[in-house]
Design a protein around this ligand. Structure first.
Ligand SMILES: C[S@@+](CC[C@H](N)C(=O)[O-])C[C@H]1O[C@@H](n2cnc3c(N)ncnc32)[C@H](O)[C@@H]1O
Length: 392
């Protein structure tokens, strides 16, 4: 995670800009500040906090940005504008370093609003080093491969490889695969690969594979389309085998069967003589199209100061039958504006976002939630709470 540690210094004045980096506003709370930055049309936050008598400035995890060079650019501009004394940092950028192929890195909003293709589409969940994803894309130039990953260095590495090898049929998304399929059109995907997912033996609710995930996979798959899990974890294997038993769809389970390409993980496990299981389930019927509820606007006028509004929000998580939300960490910009951290969505896989209060207006910051049903249910309840406050 790019960061700088500096001697204590006073805050930047906003708005201000340097070398194409725009600092929009600073929102504060007693523990840390959030600094809104826009670079190359991408807006995100930096966190500034006190650490061992110094200041640590780093990328905010809720508004993560890819490629990471953008965050480094922002930290460099910040240090130059504040003239702060840097004690240590990891933002040095080598001029000769190859930049990742940004054209193939897509925001989640692209898949919600714009994604269209006439090609066969395959999805790889958690591609890691990308060996399998790159191999598939090169071997099948007429198919389109969507790679999902949450580990930014892996994403950058694969995008560099895409550039080096002139690959044109990979789209990469920095997004939690457990949430991705929910807004993909039914019957539109040919293959979904889940190779060596993190086993989460102690926190099984964090696993990618679940009944919900398999249901969504079978919905988005074409007839005969397949969901292929590969794992070296005996616990994950047992768990997934039990999940598959809930389906009448055809599934094939095999052990120690080699694929054309072996990933880095797989090579390591094979060297250690571990067993590797392959569990594939095939879709066998057409699924209904889904209607996405995309309205995430706040149809209300806030009449409170920022502090008053925060005081009135529930402090504890609100958990409904199939949604949840939790307000935490308010950061004030002015008497009437600020941002509030919100976890929302489904209980096992909530995502983080901010509410932006700007006088009378309330909106999500920086993007809208993706249009899943649990997000929309959470949104409606959040609106209700804010509306009640509005009419009191
Ligand atoms: C054990 S590695 C396997 C990587 C690769 N598939 C291979 O076989 O070498 C698991 C990968 O899944 C990614 N990952 C974990 N949870 C994820 C999620 N919910 N969505 C997308 N990627 C995820 C991790 O960042 C990691 O790169």
């Amino acid at each position: 995670m790019p960061h700088i540690i500096t001697k204590k210094h006073t805050n930047l004045k906003t708005p201000s800009s340097k070398d194409g980096v725009n600092f929009n506003f600073i929102a504060t709370n007693p523990k840390e500040d959030k600094i809104s930055v826009t670079v190359d049309g991408k807006t995100f936050l930096l966190t500034k906090l006190e650490k061992n008598g110094n200041h640590l400035i780093k990328l905010d995890v809720t508004t993560r940005v890819t490629p990471i060079s953008i965050a480094k650019q922002a930290l460099k501009a910040y240090s130059e504008l504040t003239n702060c004394e840097i004690i240590s940092s990891n933002i040095a950028q080598s001029k000769t370093k190859l930049e990742p192929q940004k054209e193939y890195l897509k925001d989640i909003s692209y898949f919600v609003e714009d994604f269209k293709t006439t090609k066969e589409v395959c999805v790889e969940v958690g591609f890691g080093s990308g060996r399998h994803l790159l191999y598939q894309a090169k071997t099948n130039p007429n198919k389109l491969y969507i790679g999902l990953e949450i580990h930014t260095p892996s994403i950058e590495q694969v995008l560099k490889q895409v550039r080096i090898e002139n690959i044109e049929n990979i789209l990469v998304v920095n997004y939690d695969a457990r949430l991705f399929l929910e807004f993909i059109a039914s019957n539109s995907i040919n293959q979904i690969f889940v190779h060596f997912p993190v086993p989460w033996d102690k926190k099984p609710h964090r696993r990618v594979m679940s009944l919900e995930f398999i249901n969504e996979a079978l919905r988005v798959l074409n007839i005969e389309g397949s969901l292929e899990l590969r794992t070296d974890s005996p616990l994950y294997y047992e768990y997934s085998k039990e999940l598959y038993e809930n389906y009448r769809e055809k599934s094939i389970i095999s052990k120690n069967q080699d694929l054309e390409i072996s990933s880095k993980y797989e090579d390591r496990w094979k060297r250690m003589g571990k067993d590797i299981w392959n569990l594939t389930i095939y879709a066998d019927k057409l699924s209904k199209e889904i209607a996405l509820e995309k309205n995430f606007t706040f149809d209300i006028k806030n009449s409170y100061t920022f502090d008053k509004l925060v005081e009135k929000l529930p402090a504890k998580p609100i958990v409904g039958e199939d949604f949840m939300f939790h307000f935490s960490h308010p950061f004030k910009i002015s008497e009437t504006s600020g941002i509030i951290h919100v976890s929302m969505g489904s209980f096992n896989k909530p995502f983080s976002i901010y509410l932006f209060v700007n006088g009378e207006k309330i909106s999500y910051f920086i993007t809208l939630p993706v249009p899943t049903s649990s997000n929309h249910k959470a949104h409606k309840q959040i609106m209700k709470i804010l509306k009640d406050e509005d009419t009191k």
